[in-house]
Design a protein around this ligand. Sequence first.
Ligand code: CP3
Length: 357
Amino acid sequence: MTSPLRNDRFLRALRREPVDCTPVWLMRQAGRYLPEYRATRARAGSFLGMAKHPEVACEVTLQPLERFDLDAAILFSDILTVPDAMGLGLYFADGEGPKFHHPVRDAAAIARLAVPDMETELGYVMDAVRLIRRELDGKVPLIGFSGSPWTLACYMIEGGGSKDYARIKAMALNEPKALHQLLQVVTDAVVAYLAAQRAAGAQALQVFDTWGGVLSPAMYREFSLPYLARIARELERGQDAQRTPLILFGKGTGQYVAELAATGAEGVGVDWTLSLEDAARATAGKVALQGNLDPTTLYGSPEAITREVGKVLDSYAAGNGGSREGHVFNLGHGMSPDMNPEHVAVLVDAVHRLSRR
Ligand code: CP3
């Protein structure tokens, strides 16, 4: 049995229902900028060691909620758990970010890929979701997440991070059929992964299309958008007030906000390169919008942070007929390890105070 939700601002805002003030959570709200995270990580040994142990993942998920008045928790995990479970062998080389032992480099390797079993190969993620729900005890909703098919394919083909995406773009040009085959199986895996997180207790789901913005518009509309639309269409998520909302976040994909809103997702996350006023006008109340304070604002003074929070809140309202409903406050992208936790408290309090209805 789970307790009733005591703070439902985030879920109400995603349904565009009235709320007492604008809800806020932050991408990468659990992480190295928190000394308590660094202490847990030192004890656990590694990032993957944390993500693969549900008690540790739970502890770290809850850390930012103990400090700040956040309106949602996000599962502590990584988007690359899915390709890892597909056999690519995820590891983190010190200071180099994520890498795969077995990147996917040709059609034969693509043909061997299969959707992993969610309760065996990714059981540690589902166990973490169940444990976090129990420990949250109705305090705030829990967000589950996945990478987008395009973003996962970038890591799978490049074998890690990339500065120019040369390999995957060459495949898009030279072997588009093979790339579509890869994107199809990854989409099947993402749909199953999000459905399993929902079944385990996730109350909202976000897809991170972190590298959607590196594509030309024609390529975005061929290799990313249709797969996001398929997720929005195929992911079973219930009806009405019981519906588990799906948020599609993209970095550098503001120009497609109306197309993302047309997929049937409940929310669209935008980075700071598009004003929320323009995003709200372009989507005309069809979806809730999430965002979009430039994360580097956290390097500013408390006064500057408060001022910039006010601008984001007012920009949304200006494009939404003067109303703040349907807005979930967030950064335009994730936090960095050198950010000051005290500035996060200023941000969260400013969102609630300046948006109080
Ligand atoms: O938002 C949250 O607090 C939830 C946890 C979360 C992590 N990764 C934890 C993490 C989420 C949602 C992600 C998603 C993710 N992972 C994305 C998409 C997110 C986005 O911002 O668009 C991407 C591209 C990845 C791949 C990845 N994993 C990278 C590039 C890195 C950073 C490597 C580095 O050294 O900074 C990771 C590792 C990772 N994932 C960390 C955390 C907290 C750093 C772990 C550590 O070193 O302690």
